[in-house]
Write a protein that binds this ligand. Structure first.
Ligand code: ADP
Ligand code: ADP
Length: 237
């Protein structure tokens, strides 16, 4: 599903964010990427969706090179990749429903989506997505009126409405309390199990990784220092 071949990322100021990464992630895996702050977790995730370009190597998504893709090809690959961020990245003053419908934008002409016109099937899909994270009753509430946990569940619903095949979640629970963290991680895990959606989650805490992931990738200074099943992961970093 995802193949990373000898990928490196050197930032404009010379900092090495990623250092010769090789990685293959299969469909349906639930992978946790762990490491201290600055280890390269975010750089790795952003590279997979090409939110930024890598400076060496190649990344394939479903057999297609996202590194080489341009224009429409790139949009088609990105359609399969749903992003979830620590800060939720919702349209704050916009209703929950419209936020979820934003996951459908790549499926229609730009003009229609700018005008906010989505077909009835999309609205139904958005409601089903909201149902799956138990938040459909908030559909007409403004996103910024929700708690952090609720906002993150809306972000998950947006990815579901997008019908993405891959979820990339960059520290999705870093700003949430323990109870809400559990709800959001439970949702991600359940969706992974129900839909077989490949899920890659950056986590600051190894405990959470152990609890939810089937595979843990440990990063340090932009390199992989551990890659294996949860049972083999120790506390050493
Ligand atoms: P993590 O997500 O594990 O905290 P990051 O991927 O954010 O780590 O950072 C990896 C390294 O790249 C760090 O040394 C960080 O300072 C550096 N870095 C991240 N973003 C930038 C940037 N835009 N410009 C320069 N250096 C960056
Ligand atoms: P969750 O368990 O999803 O985090 P909470 O129990 O924190 O939800 O929130 C309960 C209710 O309080 C929700 O209906 C939410 O709309 C409201 N609420 C929570 N935090 C805020 C906030 N910062 N601003 C506005 N409303 C909030």
């Amino acid at each position: 599903m995802i193949e990373i071949r000898n990928a490196s990322k050197t930032y404009a100021n010379g900092t090495k964010g990623l250092n010769h990464i090789n990685l293959t992630i299969g469909q349906g895996e639930f992978v946790a990427v762990v490491g201290l702050s600055g280890a390269g977790k975010s750089t790795l995730l952003r590279s997979m969706n090409r939110l930024h370009d890598i400076t060496e190597g190649e990344i394939l998504i479903g057999g297609k090179s996202i590194t080489a893709a341009k224009g429409k090809q790139l949009r088609m690959i990105r359609r399969d990749i749903g992003m979830i961020f620590q800060s939720f990245n919702l349209l704050k003053r916009t209703s929950v429903l419209r936020n979820v419908l934003a996951g459908r934008v790549g499926y229609h002409s730009t003009l229609r989506t700018v005008l906010g016109q989505f077909p009835k099937q999309d609205v139904e899909l958005a409601f089903r997505a909201l149902d799956r994270v138990n938040i459909a009753e908030k559909a007409y509430v403004r996103a910024d009126e929700l708690s952090g946990g609720q906002q993150q569940r809306v972000a998950i619903a947006r990815v579901l409405a997008q019908e993405a095949k891959i979820i990339l979640a960059d520290e999705p629970v870093a700003s949430l309390d323990p109870l809400t963290t559990k709800q959001v991680m439970d949702d991600l895990k359940r969706i992974n199990q129900e839909s077989g959606i490949t899920t890659i989650v950056n986590l600051h805490f190894i405990d959470l990784a152990r609890q939810y992931a089937t595979r843990i990738i440990g990063l340090r200074a932009g390199g992989i220092v551990f890659d294996g099943p949860v049972s083999e992961a120790t506390d050493e970093r």
